[in-house]
Design a protein around this ligand. Structure first.
Ligand code: ING
Length: 301
């Protein structure tokens, strides 16, 4: 048994006018609750420090950059890092990263129990568009504000297991999980901000979004015999609704916990990393069963 007590820390809406300080206070409250429930690791959403700003069309790069963190940690989030170290809880934290040489990424970091950053991931699959599209009920300008991630899909040893990271749209792509699966990943951490209304296909409703959220995480978990934790920023941000549905999926693809609200909510589940072994040694023993000579199209197109 290699049990990690995992806290999925779903966050409710962050309004455009909300300060990072106010958000960090909410995150610390979630962290304290996770501690009370015995957590070893806490997962926050994608872009957890601000509203989902890619819904807003901006032309002034100086304004765009106000949504980005120039260093991590920094003055605004240091209280969170300090509290996590005090609790001895490792973190997955999603935020907008502006590098010293001027690159913009949709990023997540993984810390150890001392709040030391041991891993960084930059979102590879950027959905949406890069110019204002009047036909849309709302904009989704991730391709305008972020560059595609340049770090691939690494995994790290932490808390006695092999942990990988992804962000939001990444969870819809099987390649995301398989590249980590080929590195023997045991736990995939994902933050997301998912609009409940498709800006082009108004018919796709909340229930279908929640179905696809479950489907993506369950398939990734089952087909790579790993745990998947997907955590939402949810609720209505300046009139725009984001789905909740944060969930924890076991290596058999079964949902073991799912958020009941669209607000700040902590789910804590004991996850035995050894539960990944059976699948990896039998049905998903990649070395024994995969036939890579037939897979060329996946990397060539
Ligand atoms: N958000 C959404 C997501 O992939 C989206 C974008 C929604 C794409 C619904 C397709 C369908 O969950 C982010 N931030 O990627």
């Amino acid at each position: 048994m290699r049990v990690i007590n995992i806290a999925a820390a779903q966050m409710g809406p962050i309004q455009r006018a909300d300060s990072r300080a106010a958000v960090v206070m909410r995150m610390i409250a979630l962290l304290d609750e996770a501690k009370r429930k015995g957590a070893d690791l806490i997962i926050y959403p994608e872009l957890a420090l601000t509203t989902f700003f890619p819904r807003w069309y901006m032309e002034d790069q100086a304004e765009v950059d106000t949504w980005f963190e120039k260093t991590m940690p920094n003055e605004a989030v240091q209280p969170l890092f300090d509290r996590a170290a005090q609790h001895g809880i490792a973190m997955y934290l999603g935020y907008a990263e502006l590098t010293p040489d001027g690159h913009h990424y949709n990023t997540a970091v993984l810390t150890d129990r001392n709040s030391t950053i041991i891993g960084k991931y930059r979102k590879v699959h950027l959905p949406g568009h890069d110019e204002f599209e009047p036909a849309r009920s709302h904009q989704h300008l991730e391709k305008r504000y972020f560059e595609p991630g340049d770090l691939g899909f690494p995994v790290w040893r932490n808390l006695g297991g092999i942990i990988g990271m992804a962000i939001c749209n990444d969870r819809r792509w099987p390649e995301t999980y398989r590249v980590m699966g080929l590195q023997d990943v045991e736990l995939v951490l994902i933050g997301y901000n998912t609009p409940s209304v498709n800006s082009l296909k108004s018919a796709e409703g909340l229930q279908q979004r929640l179905l696809h959220n479950r489907l993506s995480a369950q398939a990734g978990a089952y087909q790579n015999s790993c745990w998947v934790v997907a955590v939402a920023k949810a609720g209505v941000e300046d009139g725009h609704h984001l789905i909740g549905g944060s969930l924890i999926v076991n290596p058999d693809g079964e949902i073991v916990a799912e958020a009941a609200t669209e607000g700040d909510e902590v789910l804590v589940v004991p996850c035995d990393l050894d539960a990944t072994r059976f699948g990896k040694q039998t049905i998903f023993d990649f070395a024994r069963h995969r036939r890579v000579e037939h897979y060329g199209l996946i990397t060539s197109r």
